[in-house]
Design a protein around this ligand. Structure first.
Ligand SMILES: [Zn+2]
Length: 258
């Protein structure tokens, strides 16, 4: 079957940093475009470890503003400058967070006019398709991960948004949960035919994920954003033995979509 795209796994860690692992991050590749999904601190080290030239990525997508999902941005842009990147970099984030992220970069002494390449911030809204190129689109949909913060007043300086995302790569669908609040947040992905799901397993339990997989007859579900102790406990329980379609992701592997 024809190749549609791939997901290279840079990191699968939860917010709890662990030896030899990286915070959850993926390279989504299709056609001649490559989009980095989330960039917590350590992302530059992950690029070095997996020998990824920072000039090879076209955009960065930020799912929400927890530090393990975006705080590697300044060091990654620094790496791009040192590697003499010249082509445009797009940063996809919530429209309401553009000013904050620009300030975050300038407060890290990343002055965009000194980088040697253009940076375009492309604001998105939940429910509105982001078009990367024909045959490569991203649909953000709101989840409940940050509902616990809803009583905090940010003064309008940044949002309290968190999304999950469905990528369409040449008519193949893959859902990246990002961080979610409950298993119900994944239900949106069931609207997409034969959707492969990468689910986090820090804020939802393995039993809930397996129920979801069974009810929605998922062909492939990958587990990510986990602590070592969670993977060890799930593996030791044997609960996955009857689910050949569900397994943990590891750093450095690639999922090919056909
Ligand atoms: Zn989070």
């Amino acid at each position: 079957m024809e190749y549609s795209g791939s997901v290279f796994v840079l990191g699968t860690s939860s917010a709890f940093a662990e030896k030899d692992r990286f915070f959850s991050s993926y390279l989504i590749i299709s056609g001649n475009q490559s989009i980095l999904f989330d960039c917590g601190d350590g992302i530059s080290t992950a690029f070095a470890k997996y020998d990824i030239n920072s000039a090879s990525i076209d955009g960065i997508l930020i799912s929400h503003l927890h530090s393990d999902h975006y705080c590697g941005l300044p060091s990654l842009l620094t790496r791009m400058k040192i590697e003499n990147r010249s082509q445009l970099l797009k940063i996809f984030c919530y429209e309401e967070d553009i000013s904050y992220l620009k300030g975050f970069l300038s407060n890290s002494y990343i002055f965009l006019d000194r980088l040697g390449f253009d940076v375009h911030f492309e604001g998105f809204y939940n429910g509105h398709i982001i078009s990367v190129q024909p045959g490569f689109t991203i649909l953000p949909f709101e989840n409940t991960h940050l509902d616990k913060y809803k009583d905090y007043n940010t003064g309008g300086e940044y949002s309290l948004n968190s999304s999950s995302f469905v990528f369409e790569l040449k008519s193949k669908f893959i859902c990246l949960s990002g961080d979610i609040g409950s298993i119900n947040d994944l239900q949106f992905s069931s609207q997409f035919k034969d959707c492969t799901v990468i689910s986090e397993i820090s804020h939802v339990k393995i039993d809930e994920i397996l129920d979801f997989v069974t009810k929605n007859k998922l062909e492939n579900c990958y587990l990510s954003h986990y602590e070592n102790r969670v993977r060890e406990a799930v593996s030791a329980s044997g609960i996955l033995d009857n689910f050949s379609n569900v397994r943990f992701l590891s750093e450095g592997e690639e999922i090919i979509l056909r």
